[in-house]
Design a protein around this ligand. Structure first.
Ligand code: TRP
Length: 332
């Protein structure tokens, strides 16, 4: 049992989850617990590097936790917690700040992007974000950190910081590897099939908690193609909108593209689009109902994040004690 490799990932509670997140990633996370000892946390401490409305942050953190559970992250098999509940993150974050160079932090692309975007609030936390993220990771001595492309640089700097620390004090930290998940479906926007589905263009984005009639409306309005052929055929080059709808349909029904072409042979998009909408509605219905149920059950949700924080603290504390000892803090 204890031989399992450790995997850890943080999720920012900064927006609502959508179909692209689900089919591309989250759907496949539940099964990971068979192979890995998994930790997932809501990275609320990272979220405040950009100004937040307090009530929204609190609501989103809980909503997101409920949604992840509803998507199949079983709290009995995974350690699910809220970052700010485990004080070792802040503590190791401070220490690692002192082992992270100004020059390194200045070169981070996320810092450059976010400070351009929030020019009125370029705060210290935004700048030292990577040392806190390194602490998040290194506390749990994980083997793997699953990340998307935008976060690879942060795993790189984590490795550099860990290596630097180990060079001075001996093997304190395990050097984690980025884990590039076997790709789930890559889902594009319904209104703009050239770019990934994203909450920044909400007309083409289907949210997990959305009402069935709203989901249907978005599918009925989905961009198909401008050619006159009007048939359901997989041709991502010339018919990206249709290909995207086929990918979605394939992901939710398990059918192959050939089966889908046969199923809709002779049908126009007027039949195809609502059929995809229906299939998506039926896939999301149990998730939405379960997330709603969990959110309403405050005692349950609380028991999940309390137990998660307890387990996480235990592991994190072992690493933090070792670090404090190595750097010369007096034991208490
Ligand atoms: N920076 C990550 C993001 O914005 C979230 C995150 C915080 C994270 N700490 C982490 C991811 C530790 C992996 C590991 O998506």
């Amino acid at each position: 049992m204890d031989e399992k490799k450790v995997m850890l990932s943080g999720i920012q509670p900064s927006g609502d989850l959508h179909l692209g997140n689900y089919l591309g990633a989250i759907k496949h996370w539940g099964a990971r617990a068979d192979e890995f000892d998994c930790y997932y946390f809501m990275a609320d401490m990272h979220t405040i590097t950009v100004r937040q409305n307090p009530a929204d942050l609190r609501r989103r953190t809980l909503e997101q936790l409920a949604q992840y559970i509803a998507c199949g992250l079983d709290p009995e098999k995974n350690t699910l917690f809220i970052q700010s509940h485990v004080h070792q993150h802040a503590e190791l974050g401070w220490v690692l700040n002192c082992y992270t160079m100004f020059g390194e932090l200045s070169r981070m692309t996320q810092f450059k992007d976010k400070s351009a975007k929030h020019a009125d609030n370029i705060n210290g936390g935004l700048f030292t974000y990577p040392s806190l993220m390194a602490a998040d990771i290194l506390l749990y001595q994980p083997d793997f950190v699953p990340v998307g492309n935008d976060q690879k640089q942060h795993v790189e700097i984590t490795r550099d910081i860990a290596q630097r620390f180990n060079n001075i004090y001996g093997d304190v930290f395990k050097i984690p590897e980025p884990y590039i998940p076997k790709t789930g479906a890559r889902i594009m926007g319904l209104s703009n099939p050239e770019s990934k589905m994203s909450k920044s263009s909400p007309e083409g984005c289907v949210f997990l908690m959305e009402k069935p009639e709203d989901i249907q409306r978005k599918f009925k309005r989905a961009i198909t193609d401008s050619d006159t052929e009007h048939c359901v055929r997989y041709d991502p080059e010339n018919k990206p909108g249709v290909a995207n709808l086929m990918s979605i349909y394939a992901a939710v029904t398990g059918k192959t593209f050939e089966e889908i072409e046969r199923e809709f042979d002779g049908c126009g998009y007027g039949t195809f689009k609502p059929a995809v909408g229906d299939a998506v509605v039926e896939t999301l219905r149990p998730i939405r109902e379960e997330a709603t149920r969990i959110l309403a059950d405050k005692a349950y949700l609380e028991s999940v994040y309390k137990q998660g924080a307890e387990k996480a603290s235990y592991v994190a504390n072992k690493t933090l004690r070792k670090v404090y000892k190595k750097i010369g803090f007096v034991a208490r």
